[in-house]
Every structure is written in structure tokens, then in C-alpha cells.
Design a protein around this ligand. Structure first.
Ligand code: AMP
Length: 484
């Protein structure tokens, strides 16, 4: 998972990119980078950690130019060190800068092919570097007489042919303009916007989550179907072209967990979808015939659904768990002990809300079950007489190959376990999961034009149809060696 923002035609490019990256900091806290271009040369600043720690007034001053791309990284492939921080550049043909959100599933194969046949060698383990080099090589082959839009379309078509997985991409070609495209399945979100400049012209931005456009004051433009590529030239002219037929399957987990509730994805409100998830989960819960006194959300991502669930069940909604907002996401912490310790420093109970009560805890998902187990324990220590645990998404049992860093198969607590066994693992009196159909309908209630979604992590049904057991094994082996 990652976040990006590309801006063209704005004098305040670096400041807008910085603000945009802060708005999508939740999409990656491992590393960040910005590369701008001032018509003469690139200016680069990358580092490890949070956006606010990497960029200072002094180094932002240096990032001159009215065109730039920024990125926040959450490692899926690679060590996650500073050398893997995006964006990446190549200087032939032209100077190209690129950042992406997603995951290149055939990374190893492409890396080998590039080295052997393409005479291109990579200096990082970041998958966007492979994508960028496939793109650059195709562009070089097609633009011997100079850059044309057709050569750009051909280069994207070559990426579609060769690069497996999911990718939403933003970048620019020095001296020509900004480009953006996403794979024909449109698994990862993308949004496009524009802002009127004082001189009457337009600045444009392409971002990985629509909330960024609100933050930097850009008006939203139509995203366009996946497989449609975008180019904005230096005069602000926008060209769109359908390079491959759309086979739209947006990621349902973006709605469950990843995206901010104030974002829109392909015309669907994330907040609205989460609220619908709560209503639908209330029906499933009611069928279980369990009596409860109170609904308590696991902050923050369980909150919207928990409120809707409580309303539908006619039970009080109480914020019995309080989160310290200055502690980072526990799941993202590198090792298990660190994660365990930080749940306690991140969450605390208001005991009065639990004492003597039958409590329904609501969270967006259960992955390994470690956080959930500790929260159940905390609820009991605070005096709850019964603790039920509801997940607004179905059991997670399959690895994501499209960019969400989750787990290896054997780590999923729900894998090969019955509901009663999962409840036992969590120490809960019962566990209730959302039905997959209900989850999909919760999103479609917001936007019926979304006909199909990627739900591979729940169903094992990988929509691109090209994910082999060997690829899954390779991803799993890599995670194990990296000790994730
Ligand atoms: P656990 O109980 O240890 O499985 O952790 C579940 C929590 O992890 C839930 O509260 C989710 O909000 C959160 N979560 C789910 N998927 C991810 C992910 N890919 N990265 C970070 N956190 C996640």
C-alpha cells in the first residue's frame, strides 16, 4: 500500500505535494520522497520515516519547479530501506519520474528479463523501478523521432502486456508533461483534479486517494475507466485515451480499512460504504440471537460501521476504547513483540463502559488476531461479562498480491478454523463476520456502477487470472525471509 501525488502547472507544487502526502500518510509510514523539475533539472529529496520528519523548510526550498511527484511508501516487496523510497527516475529516453501504488506480482521475472534483454540494471528492490524500466524501454523503442502521445500510449500498452499485478501510476516526462494510468482492472484507486491559477490557466493533480484533492483545494474531475491513460502537457491540455478495455475490479479492502472515510473511490463514498457494512452486519449478528448491552468500536477504522450497527440493533453505542493518536499503527510495526507492547500503549479502556455489561466489539478486520485478542482481554479486565467480536469484513484467509501487506497464509487466524475456534483464539464468547456478498453490496449501495470487485483476500479469487501458485509461494517465501 502506498500513496502518491503528481502536480503539474502549479507554482506551489512542492507545498501541495507535501500537504497531499501528509493527507495520505496512513497509506505508508515507512519512507517518502518528492522529485520536482524546474525546466532545467530534477530536485530530489527522499528519506525513511514520516513526511513531517523527512521534509524541512530548507530542503523544500530546494525542490523548485511547477511539476513534481511525491510518494509515501509501505513496503510490500523489498527491504523497505531508504534506497527503495519512491519516486524513481530514469534519464533515457528523456527524464522520466514515476511513483505508484500497488504491487508488481511478476517482479522477479521482469527484473531478470530487463537485465538480460533490455540492458537495463536496477539499483533497488522497489517494484516501481521495474515498471518504470519496462515503460522507459518501450518509450525509447517507440519515440526515436521524439516524444509523441502515441509513443506514450504504446509504452503503457507494453506495461499492460508485461506487468502483472495491480498498479496505479503517476509520473512525468521532463519537458513534456505529466502522465497517469492504472492497470485495466483498476484495483487501486486514483483520482484527478484541477485548480484555476491566478493567470487563468489550470494546474492539475493526480492522486492515489481523493481526499488529497480536497486538502490541496483542487476540484475533482472524472476519474475515467481503468485502462484509460491520462496525459497533461505543459500548457495544461488534458488528453485521455483508452489503451486497453476496462475490466474494473476495485479493491474492496480499500473500503473496509485502507482508505480514509472522507475519500471517494470510483464514485463511491468510503464513509457511506462503511456505514452500510454496519447495517448489513447488524442483520447477520441479529440472526445469531446473542444478547448485548452495548456496542463499542475499535478505534478508528471500526467506528463508522459500529455506529450504524448499534443504531440498527437499537443498542447504545459507547466509545469504551480510547486511542492515543500519537502512537503509530501497530500492525505496521516490524516485529511481533513490538506490536504486542504497542497495543497497550495505543488503546486504553474506560472501565465504566464495560463493567457488568455484555459487550459487542466492532473492528474492520481480523488478520492475525493478535490485536483483537488483546482488546478482548482488555474488555474483560475492564469488567465485561460477555465479549463478542464482530468484523465488518469476512475472514481474511488469502494473501494479497496486489499491494496490501497482510500476512502469509499460515499467519491468518481464520485460516482452517471454524468460527468457534477463532472465538477461542481471540478469547471471545463469539465471533461474527460480515458475509462477502453483504460486503460487496455495502459498496454497491453507494455506487451501483461498480459491478465487480477484487475480494481475493477473502475468496482467493484473484481477478487478473494470472496469479500462479508459484507467485503466491514466492511472495510467501519473501515475507518469511524478511521476517514480517
Ligand atoms: P489483528 O487482530 O492482529 O489481526 O489486527 C487486526 C487489526 O489490524 C484491525 O484493527 C485492522 O484495522 C488492522 N489491519 C488490517 N489489515 C491491515 C494491514 N494490511 N495493515 C495494517 N493494519 C491492518
Amino acid at each position: 500500500m502506498c500513496g502518491f501525488i503528481g502536480v503539474i502547472g502549479s507554482e506551489a507544487a512542492v507545498h501541495e505535494i507535501y500537504d497531499g502526502l501528509v493527507a495520505v500518510q496512513h497509506r505508508g509510514q515507512d519512507a517518502a520522497g518528492i522529485i520536482t523539475y524546474d525546466g532545467d533539472r530534477f530536485h530530489v529529496k527522499k528519506g525513511e520515516g514520516l513526511v513531517r520528519d523527512i521534509f524541512s523548510a530548507a530542503n523544500m526550498e530546494r525542490l523548485r519547479g511547477d511539476i513534481g511527484v511525491g510518494h509515501v511508501r509501505y513496503p510490500t516487496v523489498g527491504s523497505g530501506g531508504g534506497e527503495d523510497a519512491q519516486p524513481f527516475t530514469v534519464n533515457y529516453p528523456f527524464g522520466i519520474v514515476m511513483a505508484h501504488n500497488g504491487n508488481v506480482a511478476n517482479y522477479d521475472a521482469l527484473r531478470g528479463e530487463l537485465a538480460e534483454a533490455g540492458l537495463r540494471h536496477l539499483y533497488s528492490e522497489c517494484d516501481v523501478e521495474v515498471l518504470l524500466n519496462v515503460f522507459a524501454k518501450a518509450l525509447a523503442d517507440k519515440s526515436r523521432d521524439g516524444f509523441t502521445l502515441e509513443s506514450y500510449y504504446d509504452a503503457v500498452a507494453e506495461c499492460y502486456r508485461r506487468v502483472r499485478g495491480a498498479y496505479s501510476v503517476a509520473g512525468y516526462i521532463a519537458g513534456h508533461g505529466m502522465f497517469a494510468f492504472r492497470d485495466p482492472y483498476g484495483i487501486k484507486p486514483i483520482a484527478i483534479g484541477r485548480k484555476r491559477r491566478p493567470d487563468g490557466g489550470w494546474a492539475h493533480a493526480v492522486v492515489s486517494e481523493s481526499v488529497v484533492l480536497d486538502t490541496i483545494g483542487y476540484e475533482h474531475l472524472e476519474t475515467g475507466p481503468p485502462g484509460q491513460v491520462l496525459f497533461v502537457d505543459l500548457e495544461g491540455n488534458v488528453t485521455r485515451h483508452q489503451v486497453a478495455p476496462a475490466k474494473h475490479h476495485p479493491c474492496v479492502f480499500e473500503f473496509v480499512y485502507f482508505s480514509r472515510p472522507d475519500s471517494m473511490i470510483d464514485g463511491a463514498s468510503v464513509y457511506g460504504a462503511r456505514s452500510n457494512m454496519g447495517e448489513r452486519l447488524a442483520r447477520t449478528f441479529a440472526e445469531r440471537g446473542l444478547e448485548i448491552d452495548v456496542v463499542v468500536p475499535v478505534p478508528d477504522s471500526g467506528r463508522t460501521a459500529a455506529l450504524a450497527m448499534a443504531q440498527a440493533l437499537g443498542v447504545p453505542y459507547r466509545e469504551g476504547l480510547v486511542k492515543n493518536r500519537y502512537v503509530g499503527r501497530t500492525f505496521i510495526m516490524p516485529d511481533e513483540t513490538q506490536r504486542r507492547r504497542s497495543v497497550r500503549s495505543k488503546l486504553n479502556t474506560i472501565d465504566e463502559e464495560f463493567r457488568g455489561k455484555r459487550v459487542l466489539l466492532v473492528d474492520d478486520s481480523i488478520v492475525r488476531g493478535n490485536t483483537s485478542r488483546q482488546i478482548v482481554q482488555m474488555a474483560r479486565q475492564a469488567g465485561a461479562v460477555k465479549v463478542y467480536f464482530a468484523s465488518t469484513s469476512p475472514p481474511l484467509v488469502h494473501p494479497c498480491v496486489y499491494g496490501i501487506d497482510m500476512s502469509t497464509r499460515r499467519e491468518f487466524v481464520a485460516r482452517d478454523r471454524t468460527l468457534a475456534e477463532i472465538a477461542q483464539q481471540l478469547g471471545a464468547d463469539a465471533v461474527v463476520y460480515q458475509e462477502l456478498d453483504d460486503l460487496i453490496e455495502a459498496v454497491r449501495d453507494e455506487q451501483p456502477e461498480i459491478r465487480q470487485m477484487c475480494h481475493a483476500c477473502f475468496s482467493g479469487d484473484y481477478p487478473t487470472g494470472d496469479i500462479t501458485p508459484e507467485m503466491l509461494q514466492l511472495i510467501e517465501d519473501e515475507r518469511i525471509t524478511q521476517g514480517k
